[in-house]
Design a protein around this ligand. Structure first.
Ligand code: ZN
Ligand code: ZN
Length: 342
């Protein structure tokens, strides 16, 4: 956390695309109109931080501070902010702001804003002792959640929670979570808590005990079994939440969809996904995408997680070890989420 008397804060920057992280001193940012300054207690490390690290998003400029799973306390409030005050416990996720004037915004679809800002991509994020956040995108963080546990809920949590609650699945339906990693291990917990018959699909058979502990009723070892066939044997999936950013893995579950089933893609592979259209037509099923949520969605995910005692498993790192935190996420070695504690 930042020292309120200090003129500077430490932050981790990506100096240029593909360059290693650098720990730098920056001047203490002053909140502008509508903004608050958040003293960061924890920031999760997400696969999408690769956008900033590798320069793969078109709206990037450098240097950039990554991070879009931010939890902390409001320590300064800019002009025109009425809803939040100093000391409030808050979180910020991927969605960093919307314009209120584009077509999606005029329809209240702020998350789909054509001019949306993104934490850690178009504006600086949470790999820092303090960061500025547009007050319109804040989520209130329940006091009973530990900061390191709450941080991953701001992206991995809200993304899986929100994707699942926007499907047509009802209690008792067969819901599979493909990938048992940062997103998947939360997705399994939400699927279980949502009342679904829950399937975990992973290419790592050693993750079966953990997946069952998170609440999976079934485990499909995709390294030896065909996931589509396995899902059909279980009666066909109403929903597959695809969290692993792998095009072949996503394609492999489509033949396992039941009538009107859907694959909700939340992990974005670099390559296009080739799907068997015959099965989509025959089963009236669909492959669709889902992206995180706005501030209130995040707050819903946080509140539900606190209510049902759903927490991520995290490995924590000090700010200076952001590179190790990122590398363990990037290599898939982390169990199950890296979290930076500035
Ligand atoms: Zn993310
Ligand atoms: Zn807009």
């Amino acid at each position: 956390m930042s020292d309120p008397d200090a003129e500077t804060v430490r932050a981790v920057e990506v100096p240029a695309p593909g360059e290693p992280f650098e720990v730098v001193e920056r001047s203490l940012p002053e909140p502008g109109p509508g903004q608050v300054r958040v003293a960061v207690e924890a920031c999760g490390v997400c696969h999408s931080d690769a956008n900033a690290k590798e320069g793969t998003h078109p709206d990037l400029s450098y240097p950039r501070v990554p991070g879009h799973e931010v939890v902390g306390r409001v320590e300064a409030v800019g002009p025109g902010v009425d809803a939040w005050e100093e000391g409030d416990r808050v979180g910020a996720g991927w969605h960093a702001g919307h314009c209120f004037t584009c077509e999606p915004c005029r329809r209240g679809e702020f998350q789909q804003c054509a001019n949306a800002e993104i934490h850690g991509v178009t504006v600086d994020g949470g790999y820092a002792e303090a960061t500025l956040v547009n007050s319109a995108v804040l989520a209130a963080v329940p006091e009973e959640l530990d900061a390191a546990d709450a941080a991953p809920l701001l992206c991995a949590g809200v993304t899986t929670y929100n994707a699942l609650r926007h499907t047509d699945a009802r209690p008792g339906d067969l819901v599979a979570v493909q990938g048992v990693g940062g997103l998947g291990h939360l997705g399994i917990q939400y699927a279980r808590a949502g009342g679904f018959e829950t399937v975990a699909i992973s290419t790592s058979p050693d993750k079966e005990p953990a997946a069952r502990e998170f609440g999976a009723d079934h485990f499909v070892d995709a390294s030896s079994d065909d996931p589509g066939e396995a899902l059909r044997e279980l009666g066909g999936a109403d929903v597959v939440l695809a969290t692993a950013p792998n095009a072949d893995a996503i394609a492999s579950v489509v033949p396992g969809l039941d009538t009107d089933g859907e694959v909700a893609v939340v992990g974005v592979p670099d390559e296009p996904v080739e799907v068997p259209a015959g099965h989509l037509v025959g089963s009236r099923s669909a492959v669709r995408g889902w992206a995180s949520g706005h501030g209130r969605d995040s707050q819903d995910a946080l509140e539900f997680s606190a209510l049902r005692d759903i927490t991520p498993e995290v490995e924590t790192f000090p700010l200076e070890e952001a590179r190790a935190a990122y590398d363990r996420m990037d290599s898939g070695e982390v169990r199950f989420r890296s979290v930076i504690l500035p």
